[in-house]
Each structure stands twice: as C-alpha cells, then as structure tokens.
Design a protein around this ligand. Structure first.
Ligand SMILES: [Zn+2]
Length: 326
C-alpha cells in the first residue's frame, strides 16, 4: 500500500485534536487562546485586531541574527522536537506539526525534513501544493528577515481561514485597495496601495501562471546584499478552483520600537499574522498602549509605500511586455 503522504485540512484538524489530548503544553496554550484579550482598531476603514498573547514572548523576542541562530539548537529539526510532538507527512519533504504556541484556533507549522534555509523561490510549488491540499485553511510564509523565528530551517504555516482581517478586506477584487494590472489567460495580477501593507495579489487557476506572475514581482523587488531573498510575507489559499497568493514585500524585519528602551519599546517582530491584521503583543503594556497611529507607523516602516508599489507596477508591466515580445 502506498503511504498516505498528502495531507488534508481534515487530517490536520484530526492531528490537532489528538495532540490536545496527548500533550499538555498545547492543551494549555489553545485553552488560554480562547480567553485571550483582543482589541479592535480602525485605521480609516482598515481593521486591525490586536491580540495579547503572552505565550508568544519567546518567539517574538528571539534573536534571529546569524550568530544567535548558529549558537542555538534548531527547534524545528526532527531530533529536537518534544517527544509528544506527532509528525504527519506532507509529500516526501515536509512534516505537518501542530504549533504548541498558537495565534490561531488551528495553527500548524509545516517543516522541511532537512535543515535548510528559509527560501521561497525553489519552494513556491510546494507552498501552492500545500494551499491546494489544506484548502479549508490559509497558509502563509515569512521570509527569513520578515518575521520568521527560524530563518535557518524552511517552514510554512497553516491556520484557521478567515481569522486575519486581510482575508475579508481583499476577498473581492478589484476593490478600493487592489487594482488589476495584468490579465492573462489563466490568471490576474493586482497591485495593492493605500492599504499600509501594500503589495500584490495573484489569482490564477494554474500553478504555472501563479509562478510566472510571482517571479515577475520577485525580480523587481529590492534585495539587500546580505540577505538571501527580497523581504516578504506570503498568504495563499485555494478556493473555487483557483489559487490566491497575496505578496506583501518588506523593507525591514523589525520596527525601530523593537530596539527602543523605556516607554518607546514595543516587543513586535511582525510576521504574516501581524501584517495580515492580527497584531500580536506578547507584553501587556504593549497591548494597552498600542493604537492606530503606532500600528500604521510600524506597517509603514516595515513595508512599501504607495509610490514604491506604483513604480514596481510599471516595471512589472514593462517586463511582462518585453518577455512576450521575445
Ligand atoms: Zn533545523
């Protein structure tokens, strides 16, 4: 018999249920999540839900510079996982794990079986396959300098669909934030502006089209010389026979408030969830003082401005035209 190597949303939910019985750490943290304090903020029609999640303090505060990473034991390598952690295969190269420190009611980490760097270009087909297989969930990716707490070990996350405000706000396109910039036979590309986390959305019914449009964007993004890829957060879902990929490019890993002392300090290392409008504050004082102005400021620091997206859009459209002339 062939092993059942293709995960589904139902199998992942089953895994989580099992772990809540067999492992006390996630049991406590998923129970606590039900009582977690939240605040809803309004950024001129854009919603941000702030979540006070003390269990996330270690991962948000984790040092992710090269030296600290080399000195610590990798917590995603199979040999270092807690004995209670059950691994469910996704294809031949990944395992699905329940995340014992959840932000979402269902929160999974999909981990490469090999200790290899977080790098999206060669793993995009796997990421899209995961979105297709776990089609009741939303999957996301944090670049190595865009919120990933393990930049040295390739991983994706899969979470409860619809818990991030970005999913609702960008549900029907085009809209006031998303303008169509390219239309191909099997897919479309939209540019996102005036959204504070500006970027791009790809909708396509085949993987090839998604990949083509993704690489058009990837090539024009700013890449820092000491970083392996342009900064970004990706969200993917599969619904009604098509993929949707949201790409939010990033300039910075962390806002200046992260390194500030005293009143100005905010423990925030924005990853996809924060960018998606589910903003995590592990410290209570940050949860209390955070306001629309601070969140907007953080988004503006780590993301791209409207005019930068418009400039990239021109480059993408020109590149696409010249590719098709060849
Ligand atoms: Zn590892």
């Amino acid at each position: 018999m062939k092993p059942n190597k293709w995960i589904s949303s139902a199998q992942a939910d089953e895994l989580l249920k099992k772990q809540l019985v067999t492992w006390s750490l996630p049991k406590k943290n998923y129970d606590d999540l039900q009582q977690v304090q939240t605040r809803q903020l309004d950024l001129g029609g854009i919603t941000v839900q702030v979540q006070h999640n003390p269990a996330r303090i270690a991962s948000t505060g984790a040092k992710t510079d090269g030296q600290s990473i080399r000195q610590r034991q990798c917590f995603l390598c199979a040999d270092n996982l807690p004995a209670e952690q059950i691994r469910l295969p996704f294809g031949y190269n990944y395992d699905v794990l329940c995340n014992p420190y959840p932000i979402f009611r269902e929160h999974f980490t999909i981990v490469s079986r090999k200790h290899e760097n977080q790098e999206i270009a060669k793993r995009l087909p796997d990421f899209l396959e995961l979105a297709y297989r776990m089609n009741r969930h939303t999957v996301f990716y944090n670049g190595p300098r865009s919120g990933a707490s393990a930049p040295d070990h390739a991983h994706f996350q899969a979470v409860t669909r619809g818990q991030m405000p970005i999913e609702k706000e960008l549900h029907d396109l085009p809209n006031r934030y998303a303008k169509e910039i390219l239309s191909l036979e099997y897919g479309k590309l939209f540019a996102l502006t005036h959204y504070f986390r500006n970027g791009f959305v790809i909708e396509a019914s085949d993987k090839k089209t998604i990949s083509l449009l993704f690489h058009l964007i990837y090539k024009v993004l700013d890449k820092k010389p000491d970083e392996p890829e342009p900064g970004m957060n990706l969200f993917a879902s599969y619904d009604e026979n098509q993929w949707r990929l949201i790409l939010i490019p990033r300039h910075k890993h962390r806002p200046w408030q992260y390194d500030a002392t005293g009143e100005d300090h905010i423990l925030s290392s924005p990853g996809a969830a924060d960018i998606g409008g589910l903003f995590i504050t592990p410290r209570e004082e940050d949860f209390m003082k955070i306001n629309p102005h601070i969140i907007q400021n953080i988004y503006e620091q780590v993301g791209y401005a409207d005019d930068e997206i418009l400039k990239l859009t021109d480059q993408i459209v020109a590149k696409h035209k010249s590719n098709n002339k060849l």
